[in-house]
Design a protein around this ligand. Structure first.
Ligand code: ADP
Ligand code: ZN
Ligand code: ZN
Length: 847
């Protein structure tokens, strides 16, 4: 079956006879092929490629899918079912997207359905399991669009926002008495009246703020005076009213009164009587109302600031980039931390917009903060869309539709923003292109947004700019080979110089007994000095929790996860043992279950322990921690950063999160608590990653004028990598690393595909992996296939793992052939009855 992607007009202009049309649809499921459905004749004109239709799939389930092609050929081996309903009059997925999605499925060895499933925000995926709820911002009286009678029926049934009531699709169908109700749902979603969710967990619990305001009829000097007279004998009520009037300039600014005041500001004030406030409400003096609080506070979206003037060095870099773009489509901006790459991006974005094109600005998950969004909103205003993984589906659909409809010409977003429906991209920026968070590990598609961006650029004729202070070795290699233009910016903005990097030998310090817990005397002394000078400190520890391992001192027993082959980490704050792979947790043990001893001790240390130690040693310091555990809630990350920015916090202790793109003016010391665990990671990219981490976290020091300092604690200061970090010479690091890669045949000289076989039964999994390896060897040659072997962590979430590594030459023809062969080998295993329960996963370009 082929996809007729360029097929535009399904019906011949003067069809004399009834034409029976069929459509091939992409179901958002991991199905190996597209399914064909039949179009009811009277709906022939409704077919839109890239639009959604509702189909029956399986016995009971109905769901929406995307039309990929239209033709007149019935399927050969099954009876095509009819399309149940057409939802869209215009595509929700554009032609360039379909092309890109097909490439992704192909390249990353997964199905088109899996790509579509990852790409579409849940709210664009309708199924009989979907449910609807009133949108938290919906107020029936001041709705901008009138409701149709059918829509009114549904809204009535949903009650009010604070009811939080939900309806299933079946109930919606029953209410309206029709089967084709999906268009009504779509219209309600479009009008922001409802939103959609699939799993009960996603149901939105609106955060409602109870507020009060002065009733409209009292909003004038005269009316107020009369009110004072009436309340003259009721001092408590008068007090409450005066308090309100002090806070809200009612007469001068009617909007201020309309916005009102949080009720709690009155009722919880110790000087006021809560019952007096309630009496004022009861008597209609104050009016009580609910305000739904936004979950991601942002600017109002008006552009208020032009970009900064670029410095001479930045201008030169920008012009060099433009020159490269004259001759090639891809350029790498290698600019040291703090060189002002963002300002160059903004300038280039402005030019691309002026030319009428769209722009996609990709940032790693963690670097997309309020800091950068605010900065961009000031320059681009309402033209800027933001796409973040912590957004609700509703917010995602808004961005999706905003791109489709042309409201957003620039989008700043995380890796999944490559799925957005652009069709006229002029420029794609991939900032911090070396970041591993551009790679999606699980589930399929296991894509790298940087690679997808490059392909997207080539499909849409857009220029792609990769930016980093520590480019990926593979990227730098391409630049050196002349495939990407290379532009270097080696000076920081303003007076800021690069920080001094010093090593502290912890082995020696331990021998001399000068370590305080995990702090050397040097580090501790330096922290104290910086705090004394009112400067701030960042401490980096690449491990969260309190302590990675707990062990019995008497018998050596170590608590292990019930589902994974890993030991549990101790988290002091919650007094729990946690698995970092599956989330399993239990209470900390007091007594060793093996020998009964009470000498169960913590070994090693994580961020929580560092935070704790520091608070004890430097009680005057205000210490905060930033890691996965402290940033789970939607805005907690922003909160921690904002506290640090405002200098409410003196020391920020964190995992990799503190290394990413943050720009703080007052940080003059960065401490790396334990460099060794990062360097000794069993992976060919360990050195690259260590280098990047050290340089990036060092880059947070000394940004505005002050000279920064970096202290790296290590048990072995002679390791090569330190030399490269201290000399701050990327080229030198690269030359060293690329030689290693060449010698050992690693990327960029080869391509790697990692196969994982998962099974709940260890023996069966092993057998399946052996068969897969044999099939691969037969097809690709023994030299290309390594394994199978059990990975270091050989069991996760109850599945036993076996890995096979495939190493291929880089040529495209080799790759294409190899992928076909890998697919065939996987099919052989899947077709064996005894391996029915085995899960086979292919990860192309794993990181
Ligand atoms: P990078 O992304 O290269 O690490 P940033 O873009 O964060 O660097 O810039 C570092 C700091 O210097 C930021 O606070 C930024 O606002 C400031 N800056 C950079 N260039 C300029 C400029 N031309 N004018 C004013 N401020 C600038
Ligand atoms: Zn024991
Ligand atoms: Zn686990």
């Amino acid at each position: 079956m082929t996809l007729a992607l360029d097929f535009i007009s399904p019906t011949p202009a003067s069809a004399p006879d009834r034409v029976t049309l069929f459509v091939d649809v992409i179901l958002p499921l991991p199905l190996p092929r597209l399914y064909t459905y039949r179009v009811p004749f009277e709906l022939n004109d409704n077919v839109v490629i890239g639009g959604r239709v509702i189909v029956q799939f399986g016995a009971k389930k109905t769901l929406s899918c995307i039309v990929a092609a239209v033709h007149e050929t019935p399927p050969a081996n099954y009876q095509a079912k009819y399309i149940l309903e057409f939802i869209d009059d215009a595509p929700v997925v554009t032609q360039p997207q379909l092309k890109l999605f097909r490439w992704m499925a192909d390249y990353y060895l997964c199905t088109l359905g899996e790509v579509i499933n990852a790409a579409l925000p849940a709210a664009l995926k309708l199924s009989s399991e979907s449910r609807i709820q009133l949108h938290p911002g919906f107020a029936r009286e001041d709705n901008e669009y009138p409701l149709t009678p059918q829509e009114g029926i549904i809204v009535d049934a949903l009650g009010t926002v604070s009811d939080g009531k939900a309806l299933t699709f079946t109930e919606v169908g029953d209410l309206l008495g029709i089967a084709s109700f999906h268009k009504v749902i779509k219209s309600l979603m479009h009008k922001d009246v409802i939103f959609l969710f699939e799993h009960t967990a996603d149901k939105y619990a609106p955060k409602v703020l109870k507020k009060v305001r002065l009733a409209h009829r009292y909003v004038s000097a005269g009316a107020l005076e009369e009110l004072f007279n009436v309340l003259g004998s009721k001092p408590k009520q008068l007090d409450a009213l005066l308090h309100y009037l002090q806070r809200v300039p009612v007469v001068q600014n009617e909007h201020a009164n309309h916005a009102g005041l949080e009720k709690a500001a009155l009722t919880s004030s110790p000087r006021l009587s809560a019952s007096a406030v309630n009496t004022l409400i009861k008597n209609g003096v104050l009016e009580q109302f609910d305000q739904i609080v936004s979950r991601f506070p942002m600017d109002d979206g008006t552009a208020t600031q032009p970009n900064f003037d670029l410095t001479a060095a930045q201008l030169a870099a920008r012009d060099e980039i433009m020159t490269h773009f004259g001759a090639r489509d891809i350029a790498l901006l290698h600019g040291v931390t703090g060189s002002g790459k963002t300002e160059i991006y903004i300038d280039l974005i402005q030019q691309a917009l002026a030319g009428g094109g769209q722009v996609l600005y990709l940032l790693p998950e963690i670097a997309l903060t309020a800091q950068i969004v605010t900065r961009l909103l000031r320059v681009f205003g309402a033209r800027l869309g933001v796409y973040h993984s912590k957004f609700s589906d509703n917010e995602r659909v808004e961005v999706w539709n905003g791109v489709l409809g042309g409201r957003f010409q620039v989008v700043v977003g995380v890796r999944s923003a490559v799925f957005l429906p652009f069709d006229n991209l002029a420029l794609i920026i991939v900032d911090e292109e070396h970041e591993s968070s551009y790679k999606q590990y699980d589930p399929a598609p296991r894509y790298n947004a940087r690679e997808v961006a490059l392909m997207m650029g080539s499909f849409q004729g857009a220029k792609v700019l990769l930016g980093s202070a520590t480019p990926a070795v593979e990227t730098y290699y391409q630049a050196r080979q002349g495939r990407y233009g290379l532009v270097t910016l080696s000076k920081r903005f303003g007076e800021a110089g690069m920080p001094d990097v010093e090593l502290v030998d912890t082995r020696k310090a331990r021998e001399q007994k000068t370590m305080h817990n995990h702090f050397s005397a040097e580090l501790l002394g330096e922290i104290e000095r910086k705090l004394g000078a009112q400067e701030q400190v960042i401490l980096f520890q690449n491990r969260r929790g309190y302590s990675p391992v707990v062990a019995c001192d008497d018998c050596g027993w170590i608590p292990k996860c019930a589902n994974c082959a890993v030991s549990l980490s101790y988290h002091k704050h919650s007094h729990e043992l946690r698995c970092h792979y599956c989330g399993y947790h239990e209470s900390m043990v007091v007594k060793c279950p093996a020998c009964g001893s009470r000498a169960v001790k913590t070994v090693g240390f994580g961020t929580e322990k560092i935070e704790d130690d520091l608070k004890i040693m430097l009680p005057q310091a205000n210490v905060q921690r930033m890691d996965l555990d402290t940033t789970r809630a939607k805005n907690s990350y922003q909160q921690i950063i904002s506290d640090f920015e405002k200098q409410n916090t003196n020391v920020l202790v964190g995992t990799q999160m503190v290394t990413k793109g943050l720009d703080f003016a007052n940080v003059s010391l960065v401490g790396i608590i334990n460099a060794d665990s990062i360097i000794h990671y069993p992976d060919f990219r360990a050195h690259e990653r260590a280098y990047q981490m050290f340089v990036q976290v060092s880059g947070r020091a000394g940004r505005k004028g002050k000279k920064g300092k970096v202290l790296i604690q290590t048990a072995d200061p002679t390791q090569v990598i330190f030399d490269k970090v201290m000399r701050n010479d990327y080229e030198e690091f690269y030359n060293y690393e690329i030689t290693q890669r060449h010698e050992h045949g690693y990327p960029p000289f080869t391509r790697i595909i990692k196969m994982t076989v998962k099974h709940v039964e260890q023996g069966v999994g092993e057998k399946a992996a052996i068969l897969l390896a044999q099939e691969l060897v037969e097809r690709l040659g023994a030299g290309a296939v390594l394994g199978p072997e059990a990975p270091y962590i050989f069991r996760i979430r109850n599945f036993f793992l076996q890995e096979i590594t495939i190493k291929l030459e880089r040529a495209h023809t080799v790759l294409r052939h190899a992928k076909e062969q890998i697919g065939a080998a996987m099919d052989v295993v899947r077709d064996q009855k005894e391996f029915k329960q085995a899960r086979l996963v292919a990860d192309v370009d794993p990181m």
